[in-house]
Design a protein around this ligand. Sequence first.
Ligand code: KIV
Ligand code: ZN
Length: 399
Amino acid sequence: MTAESNNGAVAASDEIRIFDTTLRDGEQSPGASMTLEEKLQVAEILDDMGVDIIEAGFPIASNGDFEAVCEIAKRTRRSVIAGLARAIHADIDRAGEAVRHAERGRIHTFVSTSPIHLQHQMNKTQEQVLDIITDTVTRSRNLIDDVEWSAMDATRTPIEYLCRCVEAAIRAGATTINLPDTVGYATPEEYRAMFETIRDRVPDADKAIFSVHCHDDLGLAVANSLAGVAGGARQIECTINGLGERAGNAALEEIVMAVRTRGDVLPYSCNVDPKYLTRASKLVSAVSGFPVQYNKAIVGKNAFAHESGIHQDGMLKNSETYEIMRPEDVGVKSTSLVMGKHSGRHAFRDKLKELGYEVGDNAFQDAFRRFKELADRKKHVYDEDIEALIETEIATQGE
Ligand code: KIV
Ligand code: ZN
């Protein structure tokens, strides 16, 4: 089965499109705003790494956002450039104006569909929202061929009504249908079932590419995204480092590496070259000012570091004992065996060799004992500490 998008690209049934929204949903994190120059740097690396669609901003939000989307659209050659718009004519026109500079542009328009949003935020009836969908998707299609429509808070929307909304959006010409878990409420089983039901019930569902967009309030964003793909979605919206509103969005690097590492159970292809992941993570962390937690999957400082003696021993024998991915594949030079109180003799000997020391057995045993004493006192044992320790040991032995 293939699904054809209006911009001529045909997505094979196993091909996932990666839609990065670091510059839009990511930038909406309180305190994460970026300058134009920073946004251009992020867009450049996203384009280089093979991201299919870059959501470059929300053009109506400010003149700065509009300018950023225009500049990114002018400079990017490979990725489709999307601009976000609420279901308001002025938003749609502004987004259209910004993305027209792109070789391939997209308007991404959205409206809330859940009862709680309709009642408390929009003060609109379900029938009024259906009319808004038809009107705003039609307006977007009059400006550009590639139109994405999102049902904000889709996962808290009754399925019968959501089907009607999706049907209206496809009939009006939306080529991508995004069903976000806006508040990070869904479980993987529910999210998958939602896509299966919609794709089953909505007429002409196969005319559109379905998209997942998951927030991480319950820590389920990546699991939910992959479940949505199992339910038939073929676009994943995500951000570098999982940057995004509240607890963030699904992390791009985790999705890409899950698909690459577990092809046996996730039989999908995607265009992102994982070698860029570490660089992209560092860049986004630097420009957003959000540090990456040490134990963050794929890009955390400790993602390829081992301290326990048992693990270090295994790693020195065969790296597959404790690593399911190769650090080089994500742009990390090598695994690091961190020397600490949990390290064993094998790793200590290896570290001495790496530092250029070959010592006899007695000196080694003494040095190892002193290293353990030091590691008990000191949180971080650096190469310099070990060099100092072994130099003293050699000097003592020579006396
Ligand atoms: O989380 C959400 O619902 C969004 C939409 C604007 C797509 O970010
Ligand atoms: Zn979002």
